[in-house]
Design a protein around this ligand. Sequence first.
Ligand SMILES: *Cc1c(COP(=O)(O)O)cnc(C)c1O
Length: 241
Amino acid sequence: MTAPATGRRAEIAENLTALRARIAAACQRARRDVGEITVIAVTKTRPASDVRLLAELGVTDIGENRDAEAAPKAAQCADLRLTWHFVGQLQTRKCRSVVGYTDVVHSADRPHLIHVLAREALRAGRAVTCLVQVSLDGAAGASGAPRGGVSAGEAVALAGMVAAQDALRLGGVMAVAPLGTPPRDAFAKLAEVVAAVRAGHPDATMISAGMSGDLEEAIEAGATHVRVGTALLGARRVFVR
Ligand SMILES: *Cc1c(COP(=O)(O)O)cnc(C)c1O
C-alpha cells in the first residue's frame, strides 16, 4: 500500500507515542496495567485518510459524533478492521444509519433512544453495545443538560433498560467531565455510578471517560476507554461538540 501524507503519518505517530507515555504514567500512578486502557481516536472533522493512518499505527478504535460525517467515513474505511464508537448525542432518526456501522454507542441517554436502537439493531442483524451516558454536572436528567446524559440516580434504571433488550449489549457507562468542575471530582462521582450499575450487571465493565485534557484523572478513577481527539490529531479548526 502506498503511504500518502508521510508528514501526517509521522505527526500522528509522534502524538501517539506521547499519548501512550501519558497513559503509561497514569497507569503506573494508579497501579493499573496499560492493557486495561483502550484508546479511542476521535476523528471528527478529520478525513478518512487519518483513520487509515491510525489503523496502520495500530489504533483501530475510532470515535465519531455526527452521523452525517461518520457514515461516509466508515464506508470509505470499510476494508479496514475497525471498531466504530458513536460518542455524540444521537437523534432517533439517525439510529438506522448509525447501527449500520457502529459497534458501540456511548450516548444511550433516554428510554426512547434505547428502544429505537434495539429495533434498528435487530432489523440490521447487528450486535450493538451501548454505554449509558451519565451527566456529572449535577443537572437533573437529560433534558437541558448541555452535554447530555442522565443523572447518576437515573443511570441504573437506564442500564436495566439496555440490558433488557435482546438486540443490545450493556457495555457500561460513559461520561464527559463538565467544564468548571475538577475532573477528579467528576470522575469520582462516575465511579460511584459504575459501582451501582455493576451491582446488577457485573459484565458491564466498560468505563468511557477521559479526553485529551483529563485522561490521567479518568484513568486514575478507573476508565477503560479514553476518547482522544486533539492529543492525537491536533487542534480541530471548527468546534464540534
Ligand atoms: C470530541 C470529543 C472527544 C475528544 O476530545 P479531545 O479533547 O479533542 O480529546 C471526546 N469525547 C467526546 C464525546 C467528544 O465529542
